[in-house]
Design a protein around this ligand. Sequence first.
Ligand code: SIN
Length: 485
Amino acid sequence: MRPLIDADLLQNQSYIGGSFVGEPRLAVTNPSTGELLAQVPDVGSAGAEEAVDAAATALPGWAGTTAKNRSALLRRWFDLIVGSRTDLATVLTSEQGKPFAEALGEIDYAASYVEFYAEEAKRISGEVLAAHRADARIMVLRQPVGVVAAITPWNFPAAMVTRKVAPALAAGCTVVLKPAPETPLTALALAELARRAGLPAGVLNVVTGDAIAIGQVLTTHRDIRLVGFTGSTEVGKILMRQAAGTVKKVALELGGNAPFIVFEDADIEAAVEGAIVSKFRNMGQTCVCTNRIYVHDSVHDAFVARLTDRMRSLQVGDGFAEGVMQGPLVNEAAVQKVEAHIADAVQKGAAVKLGGRRHPRGGTFFEPTVLTGVTGEMTLAREETFGPLAPVFRFIDEDEVIVAANATDTGLAAYFYSQNAARLFRVMERLQYGMVGVNTGMISTELAPFGGIKESGNSREGSQYGINEFLDMKYVCVGGVGSAS
Ligand code: SIN
């Protein structure tokens, strides 16, 4: 790995009860070069239980401290993250592969959640409601849910950590974080910065290792009261079933299958830029990435020509190389999925306009690919590709395209381009998605509620709504107070 300015940010042990512990033995490699970056421990179920115990022990002190104190510690963590953004991005690109400029952007995005919830910690409030009897008072308190398990994915090794951990800590919860096995080093570096910020021992714990053994503890342990997960719908359903045994809250951010619709009255140049942004962020590996592009018949050819031109300029290579905009995919299985979607589409009549193959660099690099003549019978219409594949469908009618866009079990993000004001309202209201980008391909910000409907999940992260997941509501009825008048 490139040398870090602050070498102590490269931690290779789990973080439990305020100490880095465990024998490093699971390899973490660079997906671009195959280089061994570090080894981390497999703490197994015993280590996971230790971490839950540490979080449970720390809970009363953390929940009992003032909101102002929690806010100040989060703010210090934010300042340290911003101060180490270059090192954090170096670790991130090394273990994840995304271009360094994009990794810097992710660190800033990750930091923004810490900053936002440092501010929000002080705004948690309850209510006094109109009472049912003259001598009674009804109070509503909002209290931390307790120990939170956060299980985070490899595609955003920093931002998905802070988007769960920061609101949990702001609410007064303590946390056991399980980062993805592919990308634990960014999470451990963030934990080291949290330690330096002064977070008390046990308030944040990071466990590395076998997902099944650790996940089993985190979803069944009586002291965990909420499981937050970002990842596939398939795994989300398993975790939900496991958590049902102790009736935990589950906050799920799962897969998507985002449609991107270009109407005949769209600004085509802007739509192409939006498609590039929403399709090729993180090499097509985000759950809000465009998966299906629907273009009106009358502008189809102009759009495809411009999109293909723009995609030709997307330089593929190592994330640290100058000018690179597309790194490797996460692993061989990811490459095979892209290949399978292309093969199925071509076999059913689609045409490859650009790319279509593994990149000559080898490894898990793949060529940015455009397919035309795509139809709803193809696998890529139903499944999320999670790779650099832009399939273009042709449509004629607004009703027809909305039916097609909604024909999926998931409902995370959708995008459309139009300059017709009446259509903007009609279409945004009819799309069955938790988030809609209108004339933009970039919707992610800490200021907005991120989340889906249907099989894309059941919670919201970010904004003033995101902290609600981590707060229980308690109704208190105070009797015998007497009447106010
Ligand atoms: C994700 O892909 O899980 C998150 C993407 C984002 O926050 O924009």
